[in-house]
Design a protein around this ligand. Structure first.
Ligand SMILES: [Zn+2]
Length: 61
């Protein structure tokens, strides 16, 4: 798995299996994408990448 994911502006970790995307600054019709674990989902409109965060270690709560 790419541990560098999420550091770029077009990459986002999500916490739900369904995420909406409207393209942000690029703008496109709002759509919902199904995000799978360990599999990057790419928005067909703006190519934004989503990855489902799975049990992220967060020592700070
Ligand atoms: Zn999009």
């Amino acid at each position: 798995m790419n541990t560098e994911f999420g550091k770029k502006d077009d990459e986002t970790f999500v916490y739900e299996e369904r995420v909406s995307c409207d393209g942000g600054q690029y703008g496109h019709p709002k759509i919902f994408l199904s995000v799978n674990k360990h599999e990057i989902t790419v928005c067909p409109y703006c190519s934004h990448k989503f990855l489902l965060a799975d049990k992220i270690n967060n020592k700070n709560g």
